[in-house]
Structure formats: C-alpha cells, structure tokens
Design a protein around this ligand. Structure first.
Ligand code: FMN
Length: 367
C-alpha cells in the first residue's frame, strides 16, 4: 500500500485518538506488529508553531516510531502550511488534516452555494499545504453532517483535485456522534467518488472479520482502527494474518495481555516519567482489563497507582484474586468466559446499540 510517495508495509492504520495515541501507545502497537501507519493525537497548528510544550510533547517520537503521521487541526491557511513544513523538516512522514466536519456551518443551514464556498475554502487551505511540502498530505473526515447532508464524497473529490494523497473516512455522520452503526455504503460512496487516491475506511472495527468486511463491502484501500486497538493491540497483526491466510488467530491469552500491558506501562514511564506515566496509565489499564474476565478488583485499584511498584502490587494481587475464575490450565471457567467481540456492522440490527464500544472521554465535538 502506498500513500503518495510513502510506501507502507500494511494497509492497516492506527486512528488518532486524542489523549491516547501518544508515543508509548504507538510503540506498543508497533511492537505487537501488523501496523502500516500510526497517527498522533490531533495537534493545533498554531500551538505547534509557537512551540507550545504540550504540542511538542504530542509529536514526540523515536526512530522505532516510523512511519508516522501527525494530525493537524486549524483553520488559518498560513498556519496550517507552516506547521506542515515544520513537520516535514523534522522528519515526519505524512501530515493528516482533521476535518471533523468542515462544512458544519453550511450543513446546518442546508447547503447550497454556501456549501461550495466552504468547500472551496477548505480545498484552498489544503492546496496551500500540499504545495508547500513533499510529504503526503491526507485528510480525515466523517460522512457528513447528517443523513441528508453526506458531504464527504464531494469533499473527497475536491481534495483529490488539489493533491491530497489519501482520505480517511469514519463511516458515521456528525449527528450520529458515536452511536448507531457504521454506514459501509456511505464509505463505499466516498471510495467511488475519487479517481485514484486511496480511501481508508474507519469505524467500529474490533475484529479481523470486521476489517475484512469493511474492505470487501466498501472497496476501501485500507482500514483504520482506533478503539479496537485499545482492547486489542494484536488486532493489526491478527487482521493481516487473517487477510493473508484466512486463519483467524486465537484471542491472546491472559498472560500475553498482561505482558503487553506491562510493556505499555514501562514505555509510559520512559516517556512521561514514573509518576505522570503511572497516573496517565490509570485510564489505559482498564481497557486491557476489559478482556481479562472478572476484573473489578483490578479496575478499582489500578486507578489509584502512582508508581511502577504500586502497579505491580495491584497486578499481583489481582492475579491471585483471579485464580478463583480459572481452571487448571489457566483458562477462564466457561461461565466467566467473555463473548467474542462483534463490530456494530456485523450484528443483527436488533442487537446494535446494546453492544456499542465505549467512547473514552475527550472533546468529541471536534471529530
Ligand atoms: C477518545 C477519542 C479521541 C479521538 N481523537 C481524535 C483525533 O484527535 N482526531 C481525529 O481525527 N479523530 C479522533 N477520534 C476519532 C477516531 O479517530 C475514529 O475516527 C473513531 O473513534 C472511530 O473509529 P474506531 O471505532 O475504530 O475508534 C477520536 C475518538 C475517540 C473515541
């Protein structure tokens, strides 16, 4: 798979998740394998140009963290252009633009010629960035404001016209938020609206089967996974394997989940320092434990840890407590086993809604 001049080893992408897709998480997922390209949390272009320490921390990287895209957010063309140039100068491989729903104002008043103006304005901003750098510039959007205003196909076509190298599309409208199911036909319409650039589908992919279905039903060139990678950093490797061989690898065992979780914590400590890293990990560990089986003892205590030693005490106590739920071979006894994960768009309509993926806290109005 290729985005502009950037060659990727896999057509699977890590979606930007503000507050989560930091360097330690990206490195953790890369070590597990199967990932083509990772994107940072969204970064405000102006803050980056002002060298705001928080913005610089968001783009912190290491040689092992390649290839890397940085996602920019902003509406001032000169700032977006200069920020893209800065990212290129420090060796970032690709720049993604957060479009949330750029035609929001217009969608609200019902489209028409104003929508084209907004679209032209957006295309002009993007063109300024594309012309200022050699690295690929990509855009990430939703399908549109609501079901009556599915503007992504027009926007994607306009952006291809000004040189965007790929489009990422979350198959929901702005109005849907994170509810309802993913509209695969909507993604397909975006795929069909562009001439040659890759369109990468996104939304609710939590299993290799769901990724395969998204590829097959939308014709997308790649699949981008966000929350599914929290539960399951193995999803990229397992999906690649499944796509290549048709064999579905078994879900990782508890010991493997614990190993990767501990590695993730070590990387958090390396990058953010022990106390801050451990505090940040309080919101990460419960995502791993969602697939541990009974985990309330772990979840209650892990949100209080401030040091690596405390974390390991909590973990060891939990492992002992968990023994009551497992058999001699270390597997969860049948009545404690978890139901397999099923993506929203793989479920019967009646079930959708009861098995939504939780939405972590964050300024969700931005995307
Ligand atoms: C906590 C959180 C933070 C997010 N941050 C961003 C972001 O910074 N930029 C962006 O374009 N999308 C962001 N998104 C949207 C995701 O990239 C993705 O489009 C969405 O979660 C659907 O994919 P998923 O079901 O695989 O998670 C965020 C979503 C969540 C839940």
């Amino acid at each position: 798979m290729q985005i502009g001049s950037l060659k990727l080893s896999s057509s699977l992408f890590l979606s930007p998740l503000a507050g989560y897709t930091n360097l330690p998480f990206r490195l953790t997922v890369r070590e597990v394998g199967g990932l083509g390209l990772a994107t940072t949390d969204l970064v405000n272009a102006r803050s980056l140009l002002e060298k705001n320490p928080k913005a610089l921390k968001l783009i912190e990287t290491l040689p092992a963290d390649k290839p890397l895209a940085v996602q920019l957010f902003g509406s001032v063309p000169e700032e977006m252009r200069d920020a893209a140039q800065y990212l290129e100068s420090i060796g970032v491989n690709s720049v993604d633009i957060n479009m949330g729903c750029p035609v929001r104002k217009v969608c609200r008043v019902g489209g028409g010629s104003a929508m084209m103006t907004e679209l032209e304005k957006t295309a002009a901003l993007v063109e300024g960035m594309v012309q200022a750098v050699r690295i690929p510039v990509t855009a990430k959007m939703r399908l549109g404001w609501d079901d009556e205003n599915l503007t992504a196909p027009d926007l994607a076509r306009a952006l291809e016209g000004v040189g965007v190298a790929a489009i990422f599309v979350h198959g929901r409208t702005r109005q849907q938020g994170f509810s309802g199911t993913i509209n695969l036909k909507g993604i397909r319409t975006v795929v069909e609206s562009v001439q040659s650039i890759p369109v990468i589908g996104n939304g609710d992919v939590t299993t290799p089967e769901a990724a395969k279905k998204m590829f097959e039903e939308t014709g997308c060139a790649g699949v981008s996974i966000g929350r599914g990678a929290f539960y399951n950093p193995w999803i990229f490797e397992h999906t690649l394997n499944y796509l290549r061989t048709g064999d579905l690898p078994p879900e990782p065992r508890f010991e493997e989940r614990v190993r990767v979780m501990c590695r993730h914590l070590d990387l958090m400590i390396e990058v953010f320092g022990e106390e801050h890293g451990c505090r940040m990990f309080r919101k990460v560990a419960p995502w791993y434990s969602k697939r541990f089986g009974p985990a309330n003892e772990f979840n209650k205590r892990v949100v209080q840890v401030s040091s690596k030693a405390e974390f390991h005490t909590v973990l060891q106590n939990y492992i002992r407590w968990r023994e009551q739920f497992v058999d001699e071979s270390g597997e969860l006894k049948p009545r404690f086993q978890l139901a397999p994960m099923v993506a929203s768009f793989m479920q019967e309509p009646a079930v959708t809604g009861r098995q939504q993926i939780p939405v972590p806290k964050g300024p969700v109005e931005i995307w």
